[in-house]
Design a protein around this ligand. Structure first.
Ligand SMILES: OC[C@H]1O[C@H](O[C@H]2O[C@H](CO)[C@@H](O)[C@H](O)[C@H]2O)[C@H](O)[C@@H](O)[C@@H]1O
Ligand SMILES: [Ca+2]
Length: 804
């Protein structure tokens, strides 16, 4: 064991220097920038030649585990250490990181004990740093200080022993979001253009620009000339870039798709910043962005969240839909739709003190709602996604060919038998099949469903195997119900029940979608179409009736997907049935049944799993583990469940689930060097998942720099559901078993959240939909009873408690 100061240096330093103890301290939990900046100034003021000679102490024969007896500071003074960054980093790694993965975790069998010299003794006296959490925090602080170019630091013990809930929340707010932020412009291009999924081998990055955005095209051409070292290629897309044949033709030339730009203060174009999920996902995603935006809103980063909507609107305008992600191979497919909710949540948080601000906010919202209307009709309510018979929608993009972005070996087991059948090697078969020189309808069918699975966001799950494109899923249809309600209320409450549509959001469906049979879809250019709320509420009512007819199962007390091909309700139990609560389309009776009968199928120690164990079935070579199956659990499912349960008044269940999830995240964070991953195994309570792609968010050196987008958000949102007593218990990693067993039969603590649930503006803006449309006979139960709150999350207050 070493300390950071050789005792013999004491004589050299004593009397020559000002004591660190008398120096002002930076805010203990300020951002790394501020903390190490203040820190550096203090060191520079007090620096002497003698500060910390790591080498000499390390070479001392007795510099081992013994704790020094000399304590120089009274226990009531917070302890601070004087640390030589590089040397300490190397030594702690050598001693504690025994599996050499540049992280200190509970699976490393080191002594879990390290000594640091105190600042007030100029490093002479040492104190122990004990246990995995503090040691890994030490490693993280050293790496952060090193990233900031510091060679010596003053490190507060409190920073190493920080409440883990606060520490993770702080890291998300001040470090992870900014490291996940991208912009496609001079400043940010290099970072965002690289694509870890690109296996084309092409060294020169490529950006595709929509034909109707010439100013953006000119910008990148000029940038390519200005920065020849980028080797940037810029290509203009044809009109209708979502033509599946065109998308297939460029599958060997993957590139980034341009997004919205704005004029900066100096009159130049600049990319609007956005957040990416992280790890191998270095582009904007649809549903990831929605969940990340909830986290950004909770962290008061409203501008960044607002930019996401601007990019979504741009994508609908220029690419015909909100894309799975902004890479060329995603052009034909979307992801679960969340635009209206996001736009409304942001709208109600925009500054609105002046008339000018209010007017500009309204214009912004109008544009988002117009875009959502276009998306609704052209993407989700047009064939092939619309099933004309049931009137419900499916994830069913009109894609052809093999998705190129998956892991190299992902489809091998599928393709090998087909290659054999056609008498060729797999590589030759892939090329010929993609070029349509070899045709195979059985394989076409496989990829129809496979790509639909990707559009569903649930890639992959037993639930969707070989049938996804035929399923009117409970997920998609509850989300569309939410669109119908949101659009109706936006028009009614914000635009005096009249919203004009313009050409840029015309409702003519893409030529690559078959004519819609939905009678409510305008078939003409809509320059003169005025939208009112009534048809939107009627659509919502119709969809609710169809969900009840095709997807609801009274006996099971659960919603199921409806197979439009076999015209039968499926039996696969999916946690997305709870989305009906989030969307508000379940009656009180249905909601109660969901909580009593469906929720127990998914609730496990770490939250809710994606599906029930019995629906997944036994794992066999034919039914291998899939990342969107039991026992895995993902952030979007948790957040939607909490919000949905809260909305229907099941606060205790919402809080219990939030507790479970935050517990699972915080134990991974504490035990595994600050790890935050994209998904978890909620049964084994671990982030170590090796199904399919493995896990994202694991690979980092020394300190996590970005976490994983929607997991970061779920943590911030999850905290807002917890009472202070829950947070206190979680700070010391009290398991849900222990925490909730203490409450069984005992006194019930106040289950109100500590933060306000719904901004009054959102409550006032919305209301009871049933009073707005005529009830059908026998349709007695209103889905929006008075006592129920409109969906919305306001987590900023809760998080503020930590950041202050
Ligand atoms: O590259 C394979 C697949 O990766 C994505 O899916 C997974 O990551 C996304 C980003 O976090 C997430 O939105 C999705 O739910 C995950 O399953 C991508 O979306 C797929 O299209 C792609 O094939
Ligand atoms: Ca290790």
């Amino acid at each position: 064991m070493i300390t950071s100061k050789h005792p013999e240096d004491k004589e050299k330093s004593v009397g020559k220097r000002k004591s660190f103890a008398t120096e002002p301290r930076p805010d203990l939990f300020s951002t790394p920038d501020e903390y190490y900046d203040t820190n550096d100034k203090v060191i520079n003021r007090t620096r002497t030649l003698s500060i910390s000679n790591m080498e000499s102490r390390r070479n001392r024969p007795n510099s081992t585990i013994q704790r020094r007896l000399s304590h120089d500071e009274p226990s009531n003074i917070p302890r601070r250490f004087l640390v030589n960054v590089n040397d300490t980093l190397n030594v702690i790694l050598e001693q504690e990181d025994l599996d050499n993965n540049s992280q200190i975790s509970i699976t490393d069998a080191g002594p879990k004990l390290f000594q640091l010299g105190t600042a007030s003794s100029n490093g002479y006296n040492a104190f122990d740093i004990r246990g995995n959490y503090m040691l890994s925090n030490l490693l993280q602080e050293l790496a952060t200080a090193k990233d900031q170019g510091r060679s010596q630091i003053l490190l507060d013990e409190a920073r190493l022993a920080e409440d883990p809930l606060q520490r993770l929340s702080r890291m998300i707010k001040f470090t992870f979001w900014s490291n996940l932020t991208r912009s496609i412009d001079k400043k940010g291009l290099e970072k965002v253009i690289s694509d870890p999924k690109d296996r084309s081998g092409e060294k020169s990055p490529l950006i595709y620009v929509p034909i109707d955005a010439p100013h953006i095209y000119d910008y990148y051409v000029k940038l390519a000339q200005e920065k020849p070292q980028l080797n940037l290629r810029v290509e203009m897309l044809p009109a209708h870039p979502d033509n599946p044949a065109f998308v297939r033709s460029i599958s060997t030339k993957p590139g980034l798709l341009a997004l919205e730009m704005r004029e900066s203060s100096n009159g130049q174009l600049e990319g609007i910043p956005f957040v990416v999920p992280g790890a191998r996902f270095n582009e904007i995603y649809y549903w990831d962005s929605y969940f990340m935006a909830l986290g950004l809103i909770s962290d008061d980063l409203i501008d960044l969240a607002q930019g996401i909507v601007d990019h979504f609107v741009f994508q609908i305008r220029h690419y015909g839909k909100i894309l799975n992600g902004n890479r060329s191979y995603y052009l034909t497919r979307s992801q679960p739709p969340f635009l209206t909710d996001l736009a409304m949540q942001i709208y109600h948080r925009l500054p609105d003190d002046t008339e000018a601000e209010r007017e500009s906010n309204k214009q912004w919202l109008a544009r988002a709602i117009r875009a959502a209307i276009k998306e609704y009709h052209n993407v989700w309510m047009s064939e092939p996604r619309l099933d004309p018979v049931s009137g419900l929608s499916r994830f069913r993009p009109p894609s052809i060919g093999i998705p190129p972005e998956t892991e190299p070996s992902h489809f091998l087991h599928v393709l090998e038998p087909f290659a054999e059948k056609h008498g060729m090697g797999v590589d030759e078969f892939i090329t010929k099949y993609n070029n349509q020189e070899v045709k195979d309808s059985e394989l076409d069918d496989f990829f129809l469903h496979d790509i639909a699975i990707r559009e569903s966001g649930h890639d992959t799950t037993t639930r969707f195997e070989n049938c996804c494109a035929d399923l009117a899923t409970v997920d998609l249809n509850t989300l569309l119900y939410k669109y119908e309600v949101d659009i109706g209320f936006a028009i009614k409450d914000q635009f005096d029940d009249e919203l004009e549509l313009f050409d840029e959001f015309e409702l003519t469906p893409s030529p690559f979608a078959a004519e819609s049979t939905d009678s409510s879809t305008p078939k003409r250019k809509s320059t003169d179409v005025t939208q009112t709320s009534k048809p939107w509420f009627e659509r919502a009512k119709g969809r609710r009736a169809r969900l009840d007819r095709y997807c609801w199962n009274d006996e099971a007390g659960n919603y199921f997907d409806y197979n439009t091909k076999t015209q039968k309700q499926t039996t696969f139990e999916t946690a997305t049935s709870l989305w009906a609560l989030w969307a508000g389309c379940a009656t009180e009776t249905q909601a109660k049944a969901l909580v009593e009968k469906a929720l127990p199928l998914f609730e496990v120690m770490g939250g809710i799993t994606t599906c029930s164990e019995r629906s997944r079935g036994p794992l066999t070579p034919e039914n291998p583990a899939k990342q969107w199956d039991y026992p895995y659990a993902w952030p979007p499912h948790q957040v939607i469940a909490w919000v949905g349960l809260e909305r229907y008044g099941f606060m205790e269940a919402a809080q219990r689930l939030a507790y479970r999830w935050v517990y699972m995240m915080i134990t991974a964070f504490v035990d595994f060097n600050g790890t935050v991953t994209e998904k978890f195994d909620a049964v084994r309570l671990t982030h170590m998942v090796d199904a399919e792609y493995g896990n994202q968010g694991i690979d980092f050196d020394f300190v996590p720099r970005e976490g994983f987008g929607w997991s970061n958000a779920s943590f911030q949102v999850g905290l807002s559901f917890l009472t202070n007593s829950m947070k206190t218990a979680l700070s010391v990693c009290t398991s849900p078993e222990v925490y909730f067993s203490r409450r069984v039969g005992g006194e019930s603590e106040g289950l109100e959240r500590d933060a306000p649930v719904t901004p009054p503006a959102v409550l006032a803006a919305k209301g009871d939909i049933d009073s707005l449309y005529t009830e059908k006979e026998g349709d007695a139960e209103a889905p929006f009873a008075d006592k129920r709150k409109r969906m919305s999350i306001d987590v900023s207050q809760a998080i503020k408690g930590f950041s202050n």
